[in-house]
Design a protein around this ligand. Structure first.
Ligand code: KG4
Ligand code: ZN
Length: 335
């Protein structure tokens, strides 16, 4: 079979990303982040759509150039169809459809959360099937049982906030700018994770809950800053370390339970929060004690990126799973 070259586009939230993949190998992965949201404490959908409009052509051109690929050399175009901010998704979808039409090549629609899982297949070492993936991002927290690139099911998920939201909302309460997750990670490195005890919710099965933690942190900060207005600045590292520690134990305890229940020992993490150094270390430590084979995508494939859309698009191409030009994006999506 001759080689298959795919252009992939990701625009579900606030990153405009384009990647080129040839025969399952990522040749380029270019991402433009949007700093415009920082001062608002969260992503402003209207501003995100406008920024995607500005970034998409240069980002795609850069991805083609970095890969040394001409538009005429593309065999298919893949894009994130769901879930995400509808205005953001529409920009990527419309662009991908136009490319598909203009170049007369197939269109492939990709589910963003499935792509986060398959980011683990981009580089060596790759997990063997079936594997479990803890997908932790700003919008989702899921434990996914992946039987093949085209067959996966959610066996546990959050009932309220996502893990990334728990990081970002805690950071906001501490007066840190958006997105606060990476900053909590940074300050936590100098702090004592056992100094402050935050509650672990008792949720049955493999599901998660993070909303109680956010409320507990709010009351904790109110109480302490009433007594000492400088409490946060004086204890920032210990608060960050303690918050991060609790989020990680909530995640890891459920992942351990899932591994025991399914008897699966190939365990991956994915999504923006998998960039967290504490979570990465916790996975390795637990992996050693339970004899798991553990996998974490390279940093550029953890947060939102088109490389993961490209690899998913490649497997869909092999399966002949193409989308009609009438396909439209969706903010929410069932699997
Ligand atoms: O997967 P992602 O890039 O976008 C979504 O699909 O949501 O994840 C973004 C989330 C944000 O909540 C961000 O704060 C969090 O990932 N994040 C982190 C770290 N890096 C990104 N959270 C904790 N520690 C990090 N190092
Ligand atoms: Zn994501």
């Amino acid at each position: 079979m001759s080689s298959i070259t795919i252009l992939a586009i990701e625009s579900s939230c606030d990153e405009t990303s384009a990647a080129i993949c040839r025969d399952g190998r990522i040749l380029s992965n270019i991402t433009a982040s949007q700093s415009v949201h920082e001062k608002y404490g969260g992503v402003v959908p209207e501003l995100a759509s406008r920024a995607h409009m500005q970034h998409i052509v240069p980002v795609v051109d850069q991805a083609l150039q970095a890969a040394g690929v001409q538009r005429s050399g593309l065999n298919a175009v893949a894009f994130t169809q769901a879930p995400g901010l509808i205005g953001s998704l529409l920009v990527g979808a419309q662009f991908a459809k136009s490319m598909s039409l203009a170049l007369d090549i197939p269109l492939i629609s990709v589910h963003h959360m499935q792509a986060h899982v398959l980011a683990n297949l981009i580089e060596e070492p790759r997990p063997s099937f079936p594997f479990l993936c803890l997908t932790v991002s700003g919008g989702h927290t899921q434990i996914v049982l992946c039987e093949s690139p085209m067959s996966m099911k959610i066996i546990g998920e959050t009932m309220d906030d996502a893990a990334g939201e728990a990081f970002d909302k805690s950071a906001k309460l501490l007066g840190l700018p958006y997105p606060g997750g990476p900053l909590i990670d940074k300050y936590a490195k100098q702090g004592d994770p056992e100094r402050f005890k935050f509650p672990e919710p008792q949720i049955p099965g493999l599901d998660f809950s993070f909303s109680g933690l956010k409320t507990a942190i709010l009351y904790f900060l109110q109480e302490h800053t009433n007594n000492n207005p400088r409490f946060i600045e004086e204890n920032l590292a210990d608060i960050c370390a303690s918050v991060q520690h609790r989020i990680i134990t909530i995640l890891m305890n459920k992942l351990k339970k899932a591994a025991i229940q399914t008897r699966i020992r190939d365990i991956c993490i994915a999504g923006g929060v998998s960039a967290n150094s504490g979570l990465r270390a916790a996975l390795e430590t637990m992996g050693r004690s339970f004899h798991w084979n553990t996998y974490i995508p390279a940093f550029q494939y953890c947060t939102d990126n088109a490389g993961m859309i490209a690899i998913t698009g490649y497997y869909k191409y092999l399966a002949g799973d193409f989308a009609p030009l009438t396909v439209s994006p969706s903010a929410r999506a069932e699997w």
